[in-house]
Design a protein around this ligand. Structure first.
Ligand SMILES: Cc1cc2nc3c(=O)[nH]c(=O)nc-3n(C[C@H](O)[C@H](O)[C@H](O)COP(=O)(O)O)c2cc1C
Length: 445
């Protein structure tokens, strides 16, 4: 008979269990889609909402733009895709950004929708005595910016079906990481919020069942002790895609995989070992490596990446994950599986596992030829937050690798159970991130 503890764990992991890849599952459903049926990748509010172009000589506008900018146009077989500062599983970009601005000279107090393709913000709601703070446990008015990351899940479920529940949250975490990086290079203090009245906010923003709020980033300070109330009138529904197919598993999963943070921790500020000007270039240059040169990276570079990714998360929610690494090609380090953190990196088993890593990541050569594959694992107690934090860590790894002039790629596709067994852990594997040397022709200097 199952103990009550096992039942609780089983229930908690239901969404992870149901979205596992295995050697059989990827054969049965290889995720082939007709590219011409891809839903629209950009949400546009109707023309009558006022728009403000983002002027890059204005520091606030530059900050806003940097959180979501298009940094490369790539030609695919089906047409041109706009790639952004943040990576996204399958380049499907389910996340949208809304920003509330309050008490900033020259800007109307309001909630704006960020439109990366037109490099502008659309004012969708003007504030009076209300605002996003009304949905937070600390409802004092924030002078500055409040970013809201939402997921338009159909953009991802169109291709990845139920597994896109994971990708939506990983992508949301990457977008939080892009906001973090933009805040760091713009010297804006910030914190991330995962606990708020998300269901009420979803309703009031008019998202219906098609878009859901995932997380908040606050770049500003509480102004006084007044309370801000919830939005005085709900916003109209505006479709974020040109057509929509519901997925009830994902809609349920978005609600069920979030739990209230049981213990608040004091906010800690991360200190990244990077120089601001070069970091800005790294944000703008970041891309996913499509191929690695199978050679070694330096130990110092590896340790710098480890340092960057382990910086504290500026949030009252404690880190809900651990990190393992398959170290394959690092000069001066024994190849093997390491546990990262806790004041050092501990070798759990020695050996040359690069072929195995390639196989586990569904035979992807980027995992086989990389220098290191990091694996983010979690007990999934707060599944939604753990996935977002894994995405945030992924963004830090991407930016650190780009800063150091080597390559990186997120890997969301792996054989779940076999990877977990390979790492010899009880924790579930949420995400893999590979780093390594690029071929000279792929370097962007
Ligand atoms: C959550 C997530 C999962 C990903 N999984 C894979 C993967 O399994 N294999 C791969 O080659 N790329 C993967 N990528 C990289 C995306 O394909 C890439 O971000 C996208 O094509 C956009 O390109 P860019 O990162 O160069 O801007 C992943 C990215 C993210 C954020």
């Amino acid at each position: 008979m199952l103990s009550s503890r096992t039942i609780e764990n089983k229930d908690r992991n239901k969404y992870h269990e149901a979205t596992k890849h295995s050697a059989i599952s990827v054969q049965i459903d290889p995720n082939y889609v007709d590219a011409t049926t891809q839903p629209a990748a950009f949400k546009r509010y109707p023309k009558f909402f006022r728009r403000f172009p983002l002027e890059l000589n204005n520091p606030l506008h530059r900050f806003l733009s940097l959180t979501s900018a298009i940094t490369f146009q790539k030609q695919y077989r089906d047409g041109i895709h706009s790639l952004r500062v943040q990576p996204s599983a399958g380049a499907l970009y389910p996340t949208e950004i809304y920003v509330q601005i309050r008490g900033i000279n020259g800007m109307l107090d309001g909630i704006y929708h960020l439109e990366p393709d037109s490099r502008s913000i659309a004012l969708i709601y003007e504030l009076i005595d209300d605002g996003l703070e009304g949905y937070f446990s600390d409802d004092r008015p924030i002078k500055g910016c409040i970013f809201l990351v939402s997921c338009v899940y159909f953009r991802s479920s169109w291709k990845y079906k139920n597994r896109s529940l994971r990708y939506c949250f990983l992508d949301s975490g990457h977008h939080l990481g892009a906001i973090e990086a933009a805040a760091c290079v713009s010297s804006y203090p910030y914190q991330l919020l995962f606990d708020f009245d998300r269901l009420a906010l979803n309703d009031d923003l008019g998202f219906e069942n098609k878009e859901f709020v995932a997380a908040v980033a606050i770049a500003g300070k509480a102004k006084d002790n007044k309370s801000v109330r919830k939005l005085r009138s709900p916003l109209p529904f505006v479709a974020a895609t040109d057509y929509f197919e519901p997925n009830l598993f994902i809609e349920e999963g978005c609600k069920q995989t979030w739990v209230k943070n049981p213990e608040k921790q004091p906010i800690q500020v991360p200190k990244f070992p990077f120089e601001s000007k070069r970091m800005l270039q790294a944000i703008q240059r970041r891309r996913s490596a499509r191929k690695f040169h199978p050679s070694s990276i330096g130990l110092d570079d590896f340790l710098t990446v480890c340092n960057a990714m382990q910086q504290p998360i500026s949030s009252e929610n404690a880190a809900a994950f651990e990190i393992y690494a398959a170290v394959q090609r690092v000069t001066g380090m024994q190849s093997g599986i390491y546990q990262i953190g806790g004041g050092g990196n501990y070798c759990l088993k020695q050996g040359d596992f690069h072929d195995r890593a390639g196989y586990l990541c569904i035979n992807q050569a980027i995992a086989r030829d990389s220098a290191v594959v990091f694996f983010v694992v979690s007990d999934c107690r707060n599944y939604q937050v753990a996935l977002q934090q894994a995405g945030l860590v992924g963004q830090r790894i991407y930016l650190a690798a780009t800063y150091l002039n080597f390559g990186c790629s997120g890997i969301g596709a792996f054989f779940d159970d076999e990877t977990q067994a390979f790492l010899e852990t009880d924790l579930n594997v949420l995400y893999a991130i590979a780093i390594g040397n690029l071929f000279d022709r792929d370097r962007i200097n």
